[in-house]
Design a protein around this ligand. Structure first.
Ligand SMILES: Nc1ncnc2c1ncn2[C@@H]1O[C@H](COP(=O)(O)OP(=O)(O)OP(=O)(O)O)[C@@H](O)[C@H]1O
Length: 579
């Protein structure tokens, strides 16, 4: 855990080392001060107040020094906390900015948000609230065990033997708690997903199962979470009880030995030593009880640290050492194999595709066949596992990010709008565009239909508190951005399911306008788009099973011809059916 913490601190690790050294020194000073109670008590119990006075003075001086040092440790802990708050966010922010675009799926974005807000906040509080007592608590018991051994060897031996035993018990209790925690977090995440799904799919659920059966999957998730909570309570209680029992057992063993010793013939001096040893034994147990109490806080922090470390360890795409510019706007995938994670099957396997500059290629195929993955690889959302993706004859891995980005415009399904006005969102396509160019792109993309009903027109704010735009309207803004950017390659996901007839026509119009002028790669769903393409590539389970000109493929009677028949039948059905 400390290793994860140090890794996150980066260069600020120096501040932590200084703080940790001070915390350990404070623990050592605490031990010495507590040890000073031994001569004080011995002399006082012997009735020799005068002899006790110098020791008492030393004890008071030690207590004062402890107080001062503890304050400094706290200040140093706060400094580490501030370094975490400022440094970790900045470092992770810079790191995340270099991660592949494909890393930012909704789950990762949610984790990032949680880790950077709540996670960093809690980790920043660790030094001041948890590490200080824990580090101090690590030093005091071994120190006092040695003093006990010197004072009363048999009780001291129990204390020394208890140290590794308690480490083992704490580790076991921590493991129990960690397992329960993990189960609980997994169940809570599942319930969260089911609840969001339940809310999002209300229309479908009500249409297809009005008897309440639709809520069953959500109820199952709740039941799973209840079970996980019960297990968490059982195991956390067990770990607290285990720690408590172990500590009490150690103390009881010390008392038993003390009783046996009292039965034996003791000199008055030995009797006094035994009494003082018992007082010291109590001080030996105390910090360990405190330490056990921090188990839960450490476990919680461990989860946050693990989430932050996972983000910090996500690998950015390597930068080109000798970046080269593309020679033209052609696109080629050669023998490409790609999988989303090392433990899943490849999504694309040995896929090759060549797109001539200025031509239009339509990717068609069943859902899940890998069409979106192909366009994501062209835009280098991820790097391929085998083979290569090149633009203008240059591997995308050998291009600088800026040059690659300048080659490509995208019109994808999920258009994200930034906080700002509609005009500013369109300007993202080309930051130096003037108002006239933005207005023209907006007009061509049909955004002016949207803004006409808004009093502030293109300057209307989007996002929270601003205009709420539908999926289709967002896509129009994406089209406007793409037209404004005017990059040599345009990647389009038609996603007609989300679009109304007017938007479908807009996408077709945009493609028709750019056809022959730009390299177009389109995940095509509409027959009109498919027929407009110079070449069709038919995908099935991550491979291209057929490619060529539309007419030639239609006549061949293969997969494309079958797909065409299905689409035509679907379109005829749509035209015949009453709207
Ligand atoms: N981010 C991701 N992480 C893991 N697997 C993914 C991810 N995106 C897609 N996949 C998987 O990769 C396969 C190909 O998906 P892809 O989205 O490329 O297909 P598609 O042909 O574009 O489908 P659709 O037409 O439904 O959008 C599918 O099995 C899908 O589940």
């Amino acid at each position: 855990m400390i290793r994860m913490f140090l890794k996150l601190l980066g260069d600020d690790v120096k501040i932590f080392r200084r703080y940790a050294a001070m915390a350990l020194a404070s623990g050592a000073l605490n031990t010495i001060t507590i040890a000073l109670t031994v001569p004080v008590l011995l002399r006082l119990l012997q009735g020799d107040v005068a002899a006790a006075l110098p020791w008492l003075a030393a004890l008071l001086a030690g207590a004062l020094a402890c107080l001062i040092l503890r304050r400094q440790v706290e200040q140093a802990g706060i400094k580490v906390g501030i370094a975490v708050l400022e440094g970790v966010r900045l470092r992770l922010g810079n790191h995340v900015a270099r991660l592949p675009i494909g890393w930012f799926d909704s789950a990762a974005t949610g984790r990032l948000n949680h880790a950077l807000t709540q996670g960093v906040m809690e980790v920043a509080q660790l030094p001041a609230h948890v590490f200080t007592p824990v580090l101090t608590g690590l030093v005091v018991p071994p120190g006092l065990a040695l003093v006990l051994f010197w004072l009363e060897p048999r009780i001291g031996l129990i204390a020394l033997a208890a140290l590794p035993l308690m480490v083992a018990v704490f580790a076991l209790a921590a493991r129990l708690g960690r397992d329960a925690d993990r189960g609980y977090h997994a169940a809570a995440a599942r319930t969260g997903e089911r609840a969001v799904e339940f809310a999002r799919t209300q229309a479908v659920l009500r249409a297809f199962s009005g008897d309440g059966a639709s809520a069953r999957f959500l109820m199952d998730a709740f039941a799973g979470q209840r079970q996980a909570v019960r297990r968490l309570i059982r195991l956390s209680t067990a770990s607290v009880v285990l720690n408590g029992w172990a500590l009490q057992a150690v103390f009881a063993a010390m008392l038993l030995v003390a009783l046996r010793l009292l039965d034996a013939d003791l000199t008055p001096a030995q009797g006094l030593s035994l009494v003082v040893a018992l007082v010291l034994a109590q001080r030996f147990i105390e910090p360990m009880t405190e330490l056990a109490g921090y188990g839960e806080a450490l476990r919680g922090a461990r989860n946050h640290l693990a989430a932050l470390t996972e983000i910090a360890e996500a690998r950015p795409l390597p930068r080109a050492e000798h970046p080269q510019p593309p020679r033209d706007s052609s696109v080629a995938l050669e023998d490409v194999t790609f999988r989303y994670s090392p433990d899943t099957a490849p999504v694309l396997e040995g896929l090759s595709l060549r797109v001539a500059p200025g031509s239009m290629t339509a990717l068609v195929g069943a859902s899940g066949s890998g069409k979106s993955t192909v366009v994501r690889l062209v835009a280098r959302f991820f790097d391929v596992e085998r083979g290569q993706v090149s633009i203008g004859g240059v591997d995308v891995r050998d291009m600088s990010e800026e040059v690659l980005s300048a080659q490509i415009s995208q019109i994808f399904q999920d258009t994200y709008l930034l906080e700002g006005t509609i005009a500013e969102n369109i300007r993202m396509g080309r930051p130096d565009a003037d108002a006239e160019e933005i207005a023209e792109a907006a007009r061509l993309a049909g955004v002016d239909d949207i803004v006409r009903r808004l009093p502030q027109g293109l300057d209307s704010p989007t996002g929270e508190g601003g205009v709420r735009l539908s999926g289709g309207e967002r896509q129009r803004i994406a089209i406007a951005r793409a037209l404004l950017k005017d990059a040599p390659i345009l990647l389009v996901d038609e996603a007609t399911a989300a679009l109304d007839a007017e938007n479908r026509a807009l996408v077709t119009e945009t493609l028709a306008r750019l056809r022959g002028k730009r390299t177009l790669i389109v995940i095509a769903h509409q027959l009109s788009t498919i027929r407009m393409a110079d070449r069709i590539a038919v995908l099935e389970a991550g491979r291209i099973v057929e490619q060529g000109a539309p007419e030639a493929l239609a006549q061949r009677g293969g997969p494309y011809a079958r797909l065409l028949r299905l689409r035509e039948a679907a379109q005829a059905w749509r035209m015949d059916s009453p709207e």
